[in-house]
Design a protein around this ligand. Structure first.
Ligand code: GTP
Ligand code: MG
Ligand code: ZN
Length: 347
């Protein structure tokens, strides 16, 4: 990415400005994370591109973050985020992994082929609600699908308020339905499974083949995990786009509010159950079960609600436990260090 941009072109907003002193502005450099690699961050500043190597002293950061650098490009501090997306890191580790920060709108990308999955959309919606970020569902591969309207109405049933667009991500004219969100200074992020067309959408919006794309597997319509890192790109009209790798699993962590809001009608019903600790399984006076029996709520949706709530509880507990252990280890390390210093001074 060419890096001679002004701060407002990079998506600077007043909430960040308010966090700076006059001295910060005069003496230091403001930077935005544009790429997140295994051992370094790529940053964009008004003076050009800067590479920041990862060290233990740096806080966890992600694409979209704003930070302050000294004139010699040393990290000073991370600015408070407007929004943050995170998940439990894949595999057995119980740490959370940052996905993107300071996003204005998330495009939840889902294809209309065999990979179409309502429960996965609900999962992303929970993440968006938790981060308090507007979400738009983008259904791709409309050109390859016969029954696209029926699938769209299934998504609409998740929430009457949900904004859904159907596109052929390869076609500029078709993708122009996203124009209302592609505004100068706004940062949009694409999220969704591998192979759904996130990078294709981004390339079409940019008007150039910037991000590598790859055909999906023929046998099961799954993607090949073509994009492997997160990156920020600038559209000609000044809108900023974040491409993310398709995630095999986006396990929720610290997302209780997000789940409650993504399943608002179930949450409302649950608040009217006879028992305040109702598990909505078979308790008397359970409004959720009654609604299910009446056919007012869908069984798949209810099962997904239970699943996501349980998942986020389990992950949040493990992450909290790990943080507490880290804190104890940190304190222990500190005590050993100061004891060693004392000993050294005495001897
Ligand atoms: N016909 C058609 N093909 C599409 C559409 N969107 C994406 N594709 C194709 O789907 C394949 C996968 O697209 P990518 O953009 O690489 O998918 P991705 O979501 O970025 O995948 P990862 O980087 O692996 O997460 C490519 O061959 C695209 O050309 C669409 O709307 N219509
Ligand atoms: Mg991609
Ligand atoms: Zn109940």
């Amino acid at each position: 990415m060419n890096s001679n941009y002004t701060l407002s072109q990079l998506g600077w907003q007043t909430t960040f400005q308010q966090q700076l002193t006059l001295d910060d502005i005069v003496s230091n450099i403001i930077a935005r994370v544009s790429e997140h690699h295994r051992n370094r961050y790529q940053l964009l500043t008004e003076q050009g591109e800067v590479t920041l190597l990862m060290t233990v002293n740096l806080p966890a950061m992600t694409v979209g973050d704003w930070l302050l650098l000294s004139p010699d490009h040393q990290f000073i501090r991370l600015l408070t985020r407007r929004s943050l997306f995170q998940r439990k890191a894949a595999g057995s580790r119980v740490m959370n992994q940052l996905i993107a920060a300071n996003i204005d709108t998330v495009l939840i990308v889902c294809s209309l082929n065999d990979d179409f999955n309502l429960s996965r959309i609900e999962r992303y919606l929970a993440l968006c609600h938790e981060a308090q970020v507007e979400a738009v569902v983008v259904l791709t591969k409309a050109d390859l699908c016969q029954g696209s309207e029926a699938l769209k109405s299934q998504v609409q049933q998740l929430s009457a308020f949900l904004v859904i667009e159907m596109v052929n991500a390869l076609d500029r004219h078709s993708v122009s339905v996203l124009a209302p969100w592609c505004k100068a200074g706004k940062t949009l992020a694409f999220m969704g499974s591998s192979g759904v067309g996130k990078s294709t959408l981004l390339n079409t919006l940019l008007g150039q083949y910037t991000q590598l794309t790859n055909e999906i597997r023929e046998d099961d319509s799954k993607g090949k995990h073509t994009t492997t890192s997160r990156s920020l790109h600038l559209m000609a009209n000044g809108c900023l786009l974040v491409d993310t790798p398709g995630m095999r699993e986006i396990q929720l962590v610290d997302c209780v509010t997000g789940v409650a809001e993504a399943f608002a009608e179930i949450t409302t019903l649950a608040s009217h159950c006879r028992f305040s600790d109702c598990t909505h399984n078979n308790e008397p006076g359970c409004q959720v079960q009654s609604a299910l029996l009446r056919g007012d709520i869908d069984e798949r949706r209810l099962l997904n609600y239970h699943k996501l709530l349980r998942e986020q509880q389990r992950n949040s507990a493990s992450v909290a436990e790990l943080r507490a252990k880290d804190k104890i280890m940190g304190r222990l390390h500190h005590n050993i260090q100061s004891a060693a210093r004392k000993y050294k001074n005495q001897s």
